[in-house]
Ligand binder design. Structure first.
Ligand code: ADP
Ligand code: GLC
Length: 484
């Protein structure tokens, strides 16, 4: 099969969260499974400098954006054993300090930037000599691609590819004033009426357009696939998703163990594995030193890495830690996002000197070191479509403490579910109290070395390899293809 993947971020070129990891890994997994994959993504600032092997393609094109036209140049990167990547170059739109925002404020022209990007994706799907059979788009930034393809099909594109939309996070829908619809150059019938177009309460809703027009929809865990059809977690689109439930399914993300492993990883201090676990100790001591905590292997060390967004449960985490830090524990956090949450963590660190270390900003190296050095990883999300860090934690022998929601529930096993296979601690209520109780359970496990080792071993042995996951995507692609 020939699959074109389109995403506004792709690891290792650009990343704000798990979306980038997932798309990068999926591209590699499709190729490893013996199929062809091409990735299309914007050329953001700094990519060319970091990847000097990028080559300019002798092909540029102008595309309409409402009444105006915008130009794209194209760069490509070929790497052995990897999906080929095309980068859309338009300096006005993409050569900026941020991907979506700067100084915590979204770019005012995000509708224009990503509608333009979506049109470039469609243009490549149509005019590249390599003809994709399926175009697989990710999140709202490219969710209008299926509608754009459909319009061109109706206008005479003979054999357009099938389309698949993956929803990584329903909370981000790409909602813009109705006027932005003109930028799509879609005919008015794509806007509405009710239910069947990109319109939602009078506004342009890009993700809804994807849900309505894509041939297939997936989301990143089975439980989240069920949750988003409920009013509680449907973010207003549960009705539309229920209507389209026949083409929706949940596939738990895989982990790219070539990037996320503890045996061949230049980020961490010392390699270790399930059969040779002793190196984990060194990673803990070195992490404590690096972040300025007393280096003491006996003190249980809790960690977290996340976007500081409402989704991630920062509020209940601050409350629970406030209570739990009175006992002999340490906590390290890495995150970036809301200034208000940053302040919360800074205040916590000030109140518990020598027990709390907080780091802000994006730091890939430190993220591996936290995964490798901690005893427990906290992920108390309000909702979590999949979550990757709990799966990275398992492999790194760092026991995840998670709220039982979305992919967290699907990937972690609590003692109450299976005493022999347990690899993490789950809690249910979205409260500081429930999280504090889960932390106390974790401490009880920590105090029983044999049990603690068993949790750790179970976690390190858990296998979320992409070679299994990709089979599920291949099935979806297969079913989306027009029958011969
Ligand atoms: P989400 O995509 O909702 O942010 P995931 O758990 O799926 O959550 O993925 C988050 C990814 O982003 C992980 O690879 C994590 O290590 C990384 N990450 C998040 N915040 C930071 C940060 N401040 N520095 C480095 N990596 C980060
Ligand atoms: C989103 C979700 C996260 C998921 C990631 C990759 O950012 O918030 O839960 O793991 O996408 O699919």
């Amino acid at each position: 099969m020939k699959i074109l993947l389109a995403s506004s971020e792709v690891f290792p070129f650009s990343k704000t969260g798990g979306l980038a990891d997932m798309v990068g890994a999926l591209g590699r997994a499709i190729v490893n499974a013996g199929h062809e994959a091409v990735i299309v993504t914007p050329l953001y600032r700094g990519i060319r400098e970091k990847f000097p092997a990028l080559r300019r393609v002798d092909w540029h094109f102008n595309l309409p954006l409402g009444q105006q036209w915008a130009q794209a140049e194209l760069w490509e990167l070929k790497r052995k054993g990897e999906a080929k990547v095309y980068f859309i170059d338009n300096p006005g739109y993409f050569d900026r300090a941020g991907i979506y925002l700067e100084n915590h404020i979204s770019y005012a022209d995000n509708a224009e930037r990503f509608i333009f990007f979506s049109k470039c994706v469609v243009h490549l799907a149509r005019y590249l000599p390599w003809q994709a059979e399926v175009v697989h788009v990710h999140d709202w930034q490219v969710a209008l691609v299926p509608a754009l393809i459909l319009q061109q099909k109706n206008a005479g594109w003979a054999n357009p590819p099938a389309t698949c939309l993956t929803i990584h996070n329903l909370a981000y829908q790409g909602v813009f004033p109705a006027e932005a619809f003109a930028l799509t150059n879609l005919t008015a019938d794509y806007f509405g009426p009710d239910g069947v177009g990109v319109e939602y309460f009078g506004l342009l809703n890009c993700l809804k357009g994807g849900i309505v027009f894509a041939d297939h929809i997936t989301t990143v865990s089975p439980r989240y696939a069920r949750e988003i059809t409920t009013e509680e977690l449907g973010c207003g689109l549960d009705g539309v998703l229920r209507e389209n439930a026949g083409k929706l399914n949940g596939i738990l993300n895989g982990v790219d163990y070539t990037d996320w492993n503890t045996t061949q990883n230049s980020h961490i201090f010392k390699p270790y594995s399930v059969t040779r676990p002793s190196g984990k100790r060194i990673n803990k001591l070195e992490l404590q030193k690096q972040v300025g905590l007393p280096a003491d292997e006996k003190i249980p060390l809790f960690g977290t890495i996340s976007r500081l967004a409402e989704q991630k449960g920062v509020d209940i985490q601050l409350g629970a830690l406030e209570e739990m830090l009175n006992s002999d524990i340490q906590f390290v956090q890495l995150g970036s996002g809301s200034p208000e949450y940053e302040r919360g963590y800074r205040e916590l660190a000030a109140r518990f000197p020598g027990k709390v270390a907080v780091q802000f900003g994006y730091d890939e190296n430190l993220s591996h070191r936290i995964e490798a050095g901690c005893d427990f990883f906290l992920m108390p999300s309000r909702f979590e479509p999949c979550g990757l860090n709990q799966m990275y934690s398992l492999r790194y022998g760092t026991i995840p403490i998670v709220r039982a929601t979305g992919g967290l529930d699907d990937s972690v096993i609590d003692y109450n579910e299976n005493a022999l296979k347990a690899n993490g601690v789950k809690f249910h209520d979205y409260t500081s109290r429930a999280l504090a109780k889960a932390i106390r359970k974790a401490l009880a496990i920590y105090q029983q070395p044999q049990l603690f080792r068993q949790f750790r071993r179970n976690g390190m042995k858990a296998d979320f390899s992409w070679d299994k996951t990709v089979e599920e995507y291949l099935k979806v692609y297969q079913s989306a293809l027009p029958r011969a």
